[in-house]
Design a protein around this ligand. Structure first.
Ligand SMILES: [Zn+2]
Length: 102
């Protein structure tokens, strides 16, 4: 998922620990019914997250400092790519459906 527009800066102390972030990824992976082969968290320059064709998800470290709603959107977006590898109508419909669940 591409980085745009620039995210607002948040104080560092609001960051969630990587373990909490991984737990969020696991939670949504179960809800969506996918199993990422690997989940990496590392600094990325142009993207918030990416998904390899082999099922490896990479998330930008900056995501840990983003609001919960935005983290959830990026997590669901990338997990859905394990089901739908493009941004077509099916992908957008599924994304909308999962984002409307809290
Ligand atoms: Zn995407």
């Amino acid at each position: 998922m591409r980085k745009s527009p620039p995210a607002e800066w948040l104080p560092l102390e609001q960051a969630v620990p990587a373990d909490v972030f991984r737990a969020e990824v696991s939670y949504w992976a179960q809800r969506i019914g996918v199993t990422p082969r690997e989940v990496c968290i590392r600094p990325m320059t142009r993207k918030w997250a990416s998904c390899s064709s082999r099922g490896r998800l990479t998330f930008d470290t900056d995501l840990l400092r983003q609001p919960a709603d935005f983290r959830r959107e990026v997590i669901i977006h990338e997990l859905l790519h394990l089901k739908v590898p493009n941004h077509g109508p099916l992908f957008r419909a599924l994304l909308r459906a999962y984002l409307s669940q809290l």
